[in-house]
Design a protein around this ligand. Structure first.
Ligand SMILES: O=C(O)[C@H](O)[C@@H](O)[C@H](O)[C@H](O)COP(=O)(O)O
Length: 250
């Protein structure tokens, strides 16, 4: 099914739209099964996500369980850490119970033990979701790289074929740092909902390719969860056929 695209006139409006969407998804999940499981990637996403969300007192953060869609193998306090960015923008500003926050195993990450870090992360997922088939996140929030990558799943990389692991190590990421762990495609595709968030003119060509040339088989296009939404600003939507997107409304 084709993704739904929502475009906003500024990154501020994009943040507000995302805030409304995440609040709605979180409420629906908590009403249906008492918790909200979300995986978040790095890049500019944490900032765009958190701007309005941290002030949204209608969100029951005590029921959130946070995971990382991908993580760089660095310490939690390293500027390259996706955990650090989410901590600074979101976790430090809302009340999520500490045992609901699931960062990468720091010692494995610091020592660049990518396989151990990925295996450990898969165990963390299994202890939350159980071991019976791929986990089903309520929501996975992803950025889009300029080459069409998402998570740490890069174009043409053998990891795109992975069909057993939930979390895979990568030692040759073309985007530095090279050592990372990432959720695999089957896990992303098993989520109830996946949202891509991207902004800026630099992204417009790739956004157009991904949305309007589906045969290219770029990593973002291989994400075919039940619901896939794109939240972009007008700059990133600049090359899209205007009929392919609308405004997000509550
Ligand atoms: O660890 C990472 O590098 C990210 O998880 C990566 O997948 C990111 O989300 C995209 O590269 C988009 O990043 P920007 O939004 O900053 O362009």
């Amino acid at each position: 099914m084709a993704p739904t695209v929502y475009s906003f006139s500024s990154t501020n409006d994009l943040s507000s739209g995302l805030n409304a969407f995440v609040e709605k998804e979180s409420r629906a999940a908590i009403e249906s099964h008492g918790a909200f499981s979300v995986a978040i990637s790095g890049g500019s996403l944490p900032k765009l996500l958190s701007k309005d969300l941290v002030h949204n007192n209608k969100v029951d953060f005590s029921k959130w369980h946070i995971f990382w869609a991908d993580e760089r193998c660095v310490g939690h306090n390293d500027d390259d850490s996706n955990y650090k960015e989410v901590k600074k923008t979101l976790l430090d500003n809302v009340s999520i119970p500490a045992d609901h926050i699931h960062p990468i195993h720091e010692a494995y990450a610091i020592n660049k033990q990518t396989k151990e870090a990925a295996d450990d992360y898969e165990r963390q997922l299994k202890s939350y979701f159980g071991d019976d088939g791929f986990p089903q996140f309520d929501l996975i929030l992803l950025g889009m790289g300029p080459d069409g990558h998402c998570c740490s799943l890069f174009p043409g990389h053998p990891l795109l074929q992975e069909n057993k692991l939930w979390v895979a190590p990568i030692n040759d990421s073309p985007k530095p740092p090279p050592e990372r762990i990432t959720l695999t495609l089957p896990v992303v595709n098993h989520a109830k909902s996946v949202v891509f968030v991207t902004a800026g003119e630099g992204k417009q060509e790739m956004v157009q390719k991904i949305i309007e040339q589906p045969a290219l088989q770029l990593p973002c296009q291989l994400v075919q969860a039940r619901q896939v939404h794109w939240f972009v600003d007008d700059a990133a939507a600049g090359k899209l056929n205007k009929s392919s997107y609308g405004q997000y409304k509550l």
